[in-house]
Design a protein around this ligand. Structure first.
Ligand code: NCD
Length: 332
């Protein structure tokens, strides 16, 4: 963050209304935490004495661990919550659970829930009780996943300019997002951030996973920046980056696909298909991956082409930045 930029946003719930200055503040703060994480002693006292409560009502591996490690690297105290072993099983409501953590002194509450809007509802309820509390959305239903969008943004921007990752380096780049766009909060957050950067986003999926109506919001908000395809080839043509998305079988209530095998044949990202893209193309995937479905197994494991491991590594620095910006807001 530049010396003069002051972080004002009390909660991070979505990227839909992020300003370019906010994106750049996150990118710049992340770069300084990336430096901290490269030291032998990877811990700073920035959030010493603060409490970060991590409330995940839905399964997760990387996002939950990433937030926990980020909070610990900032010297915060962390509280973890797992629905299966909590008082939710005794009938306590989600809001009452969140209020319990607030009463214990939580300064930042990180929330993941299978229903869109839960983090925002918790933010409204807890702010009434304590205006200093911050809520961070770690994924809500099919709505948004802002920390994932920001770590993807950081991964792309720092690949293009390692020393000074900033929004403008993505201007004019072609990025293909391929897969289960209908169910993906990652696609939605990325659509906001990548188009804010001036990139051109090409979405490719079977019609059942990419309804035309879905794209209308983005096409209206960011005219000329979002293009829809129901075939893979035109999306990949000359693309600088390809982001594959997981088929979210747990969210598919109807038969939206003939078979996973057929999906891979038509939309799977393989080395061969990448020949359509720019020679320096790189592939992203937010994980978890259905190996051999969205992306071929050998491509996923090839560090020259795949940014998947870098995304996970950068996730910790990005989440440190987000917790730091929220945690220091009340000191300004
Ligand atoms: C994503 C999620 O949960 O939204 N994963 C993640 O957080 N890295 C994507 C997915 O579940 O497919």
């Amino acid at each position: 963050m530049t010396e003069t930029t002051v972080w004002k946003r009390p909660h991070i719930l979505a990227l839909a209304d992020f300003s370019p200055a906010e994106y750049d503040a996150v990118l710049q703060t992340t770069a300084s935490f990336r430096e901290v994480l490269s030291r032998r002693t990877k811990r700073v006292p920035a959030l010493q004495g603060q409490v970060v409560a991590i409330l995940f009502f839905e399964p997760s591996t990387r996002t939950r661990s990433s937030f926990e490690l980020a909070a610990k690297r900032l010297s915060a105290d962390t509280l973890n919550f797992a629905p299966g072993t909590s008082s939710l099983t005794k009938g306590e409501t989600i809001l009452d659970t969140a209020k319990t953590y607030l009463a214990m002194g939580a300064d930042i509450v990180v929330v993941r829930h299978q229903a869109a809007g839960v983090p925002a509802t918790i933010a409204r309820a807890l702010t009434k009780l304590n205006p200093k509390v911050s809520i961070l959305n770690a994924g809500d239903g099919q709505h948004e996943h802002p920390s994932q969008g920001l770590l993807d943004l950081f991964t792309l921007c720092s690949l293009l300019d390692w020393e000074s990752p900033r929004l403008e380096v993505l201007k004019g780049k072609k990025i293909a997002i391929v897969g289960d766009i209908l169910h993906s909060r990652v696609a939605r957050s990325n659509l906001w951030s990548l188009t804010a950067a001036g990139a051109e986003v090409h979405l490719a999926a079977p019609p059942t996973l990419l309804p035309t109506l879905f794209a209308e919001t983005f096409k209206e908000a960011r005219p000329g920046k979002v293009v829809l395809h129901h075939e893979l080839a035109p999306a990949l043509e000359d693309a600088d980056f390809v982001m594959a998305l997981r088929l979210q079988q747990e969210r598919m209530t109807q038969n939206l696909l003939p078979s996973l095998r057929e999906y891979h044949q038509r939309y799977g990202i393989t080395r061969d298909r990448l020949k359509l893209c720019q020679p320096e193309v790189k592939v992203l995937h937010p994980g978890p991956v259905n190996r051999g479905v969205e992306i071929s197994s050998d491509l996923m494991d090839d560090p020259r082409l795949s940014l998947i491991a870098q995304q996970v590594t950068n996730g910790v620095a990005v989440r440190m930045a987000l917790l730091y910006l929220l945690g220091n807001r009340n000191n300004e």
